[in-house]
Ligand binder design. Structure first.
Ligand code: FAD
Ligand code: DHB
Length: 391
């Protein structure tokens, strides 16, 4: 048995950043993670940080490598056949975004936590939350050496992503969920080739959406809308590059897409999901444990950062005997969660082909408005570059 102030379940971006923010305020925590550290650090996921996430990371001293090795982007391109438009977020809303892989952010956070002597349990099994509605909640698990372990804590933070046990520990009568499953998925590829663009290209095409992103000066990250039932093995490298070239407008106005060796391929299902409230008793949820967004618009990782920024403040105050912020946490976080849920749904439905000719005309009309009207482009920019944490 071990004791701490806050038991954190999950060493993804939410759990790691929370332990860091708590430590900066003098609050002790223990982090429990099902996977190995190598697995978590190597997982290729998100790649885009909005301005408010960068500000949080800078504030707590984990932004150095992000500024040195990440790419600051002023905006994005929106593309559809024959048309490419640049939206300049700096001109529109005075904020930029950073392209920086979740793998790198995870390593930065791990390193910062190691420097502070953070206690981690990696590779655990059977994580169970107990007595969450009492003043003595605990987390039990089997550690990587097979020893049954119990952490007694004042508070528990469920940062265990979309499949973790925290959310399910809240009695069904005390929670409400909303879900939308989209009729498409993304095939994501990582390729050892210099990006063919200076900023991200989001492309509508009758055959399906495509996105050109990047990870470094020599690694590109690309996505294709695919049928959710597709099997990744069915996609040969050549077929992927041909689809990307067609959908991203290779050959239009002198732009070309340079193909290269593909080093990773994954199919990502797409859904929107929200659970409320994000607190029950002494358990607080943050990040994917409470909500999932489809990836269009890159809000998943950023929402995890925003939740944790609010949650850290609330937990620190709670440990000092001031429960007001903890009582408000769910409502404050959900305000932003629903805003980003709407934005992600809106970007997704604007850019993905459904095969319905009426919807295709509506999408085109929307794209024309977003790229030609100051109000339209400012709305997209404000949401994409990120609303203030306490929105
Ligand atoms: P996670 O990163 O999921 O971390 C949760 C942690 O909890 C995990 O390490 C997990 O192993 C651990 N855990 C689970 N169960 C247990 C247990 N029983 N005991 C202990 N630990 C447990 N977002 C974007 O913005 N852009 C993208 O391109 C993008 N691509 C993605 C691709 C994939 C394949 C996935 C799955 C997500 C992607 N996302 C993307 C979403 C983004 O990565 C997440 O929103 C972000 O990781 C959320 O952070 P988190 O810490 O809340 O959850
Ligand atoms: C990336 C993913 C996204 O979903 C997005 O909207 C932008 C970038 C990425 O993985 O780089």
């Amino acid at each position: 048995m071990v004791r701490t102030q806050v038991a954190i379940i999950g060493a993804g971006p939410a759990g790691l950043l929370l332990s860091h923010l708590l430590a900066r305020a003098g609050v002790e925590s223990i982090v429990v993670e099902r996977r190995t550290r190598e697995h978590v650090e190597g997982r290729v996921r998100a790649g885009l940080l909005e301005a408010s996430s960068v500000a949080v990371l800078d504030d707590v001293g984990v932004g150095d490598r992000l500024h040195a090795d990440g790419f600051e982007h002023r905006g994005i391109y929106l593309h559809w056949p024959g048309e490419r438009h640049h939206l300049d977020f700096v001109d529109l809303v005075g904020r930029s975004v950073y392209v920086y892989g979740q793998t790198e952010l995870t390593k930065d956070l791990d390193r910062a936590r190691d420097e502070d002597g953070q206690i981690f349990y990696y590779g655990v099994a059977d994580t169970t939350l107990e007595n969450i509605d009492s003043e003595t909640p605990s987390v039990t698990f089997t550690d990587s050496d097979g020893r049954p372990t119990r952490i007694e804590a004042d508070l528990i933070a469920g940062c265990d992503g979309s499949f973790g046990p925290s959310r399910e520990s809240i009695p069904p009568s005390e929670r409400r969920t909303w879900e939308k499953v989209y009729p498409y998925a993304w095939l994501g590829v990582l390729a050892d080739v210099a990006p063919s663009t200076d900023q991200l290209i989001y492309s509508w095409h009758p055959e399906g959406f495509a996105l050109h992103s990047m990870r470094s000066a020599s690694v590109s990250r690309l996505y294709l809308q695919v049928d959710p039932a597709t099997e990744v093995e069915r996609w040969g490298d050549r077929e992927i590059w041909e689809a990307l070239a067609r959908r991203l407008g290779d050959g239009e106005n002198g732009w070309t897409l340079t193909p290269g060796p593909i080093t990773e391929k994954t199919v990502l299902p797409m859904r929107s999901f929200v659970m409320a409230p994000m607190r029950y008793g002494r358990l607080f949820l943050a990040g994917d444990a409470a909500h999932i967004v489809p990836p269009t618009g890159a809000k998943g990782l950023n929402l995890a950062v925003a939740d944790v920024a609010l949650l850290a403040e609330a937990l620190v105050a709670f440990t000092k005997g001031e429960p007001a912020l903890a009582d408000e946490y769910s409502e404050r976080a959900l305000r932003r969660v629903w805003r980003c849920t709407h934005f992600s749904w809106w970007m997704t439905t604007m850019l993905h082909a459904s095969g319905d000719p009426f919807e295709a005309e509506l999408q085109r009309a929307q794209l024309v408005w977003v790229t030609s009207s100051q109000a339209g482009s400012t709305g997209l920019a404000e949401n994409y570059a990120g609303l203030p944490i306490g929105f």
